[in-house]
Design a protein around this ligand. Structure first.
Ligand SMILES: C[S@@+](CC[C@H](N)C(=O)[O-])C[C@H]1O[C@@H](n2cnc3c(N)ncnc32)[C@H](O)[C@@H]1O
Length: 252
């Protein structure tokens, strides 16, 4: 009898965020077209987006940092498999301990590394070289959740946890960026992500229902599904902002 896979290990996912292959490849191509020499991905997970940017920008070098060791190991393995290991370094640790400046900074689904969303935008701004770009992606409210929906979400979620899209873009501008592109994940990307997050655990449960850990895993999966289908699905979106900073350090 096998032990359950790590809950939410993402083993069935391409990205640890609601991002399709198609959007990822287009974003990577657009970001690479600006010819960054250096790319820094903060909270990179297993680094899939960073690797796609490096594939599309053959002269660029990258650094990814993430606090979760197994994802960093997966990133290193993927880089080696794709012949990119000599152009990318994956660091395990707290983002704040490994900050470095770059022509392109990526922060997708990992604003928590700095606190709130506005905190993250303010912290990222000085890391971007003059004329550089940022891909900043995070959860937003599609509509303000009801008290009942909030109660179904992650413990501690409040209406202040996310911003609405116009407020997010205003926060980015207030932090010293100009918005070059604003786009949102589709519901299909969200559903694919949420179902993919649970998939390996659900399949293990079907095959191992009499395992000692089965009841605990079933309860966790049920809670996770409730959080998604009764809490976030109709209220939460995910925004991708491509942001620019001035070529010369003048006020904008
Ligand atoms: C939702 S995942 C997104 C991963 C990746 N950016 C992607 O889109 O596939 C958030 C990631 O941020 C990382 N993270 C959260 N807080 C962090 C911190 N303080 N320092 C470094 N990484 C952090 C987590 O370990 C996790 O891998």
């Amino acid at each position: 009898m096998t032990n359950p896979p790590g809950f939410g290990s993402g083993s069935r996912l391409t990205f640890m965020s609601p991002l399709s292959d198609r959007r990822a490849d287009r974003l990577a191509a657009e970001l690479a077209a600006h010819e960054p020499a250096t790319v820094f991905d903060i909270g990179c997970g297993w680094g899939e987006l960073l690797l796609r940017v490096l594939d599309a920008a053959p002269r660029a070098r990258g650094i990814g940092v993430d606090a979760f060791g197994p994802d960093v190991e997966r990133a290193r393995g993927n880089a080696a498999d794709r012949g990119l290991a000599d152009r990318v370094t994956f660091l395990e640790g707290q983002a704040k301990d490994h900050l470095s400046a770059a022509d392109l900074v990526i922060n997708s689904g990992a604003y928590q590394a700095f606190g709130s969303i506005p905190d993250a935008l303010r912290a990222i701004r000085p890391l971007v070289n003059p004329g550089g770009r940022v891909l900043f992606a995070c959860e937003i409210w599609d509509r303000t959740p009801t008290a009942e929906e909030l109660a179904e979400m992650w413990p501690g979620t409040t209406t202040d946890t996310c911003l609405h899209l116009p407020d997010l873009v205003d926060q980015a501008v207030a932090a010293g960026f100009r918005p070059l592109n604003v786009e949102m994940s589709t519901r299909g990307e969200w559903d694919w992500f949420e179902a993919g997050f649970a998939a390996s655990s659900e399949e293990w449960l079907l095959a191992n229902g009499d395992h000692d850990e089965a009841d605990a895993l079933r309860a966790r999966l049920d809670a996770q599904r409730r959080r998604w289908l009764r809490g976030s699905r109709d209220t939460m979106g995910y925004a991708y902002l491509t942001l620019g900073v001035p070529t010369h350090p003048t006020a904008i």
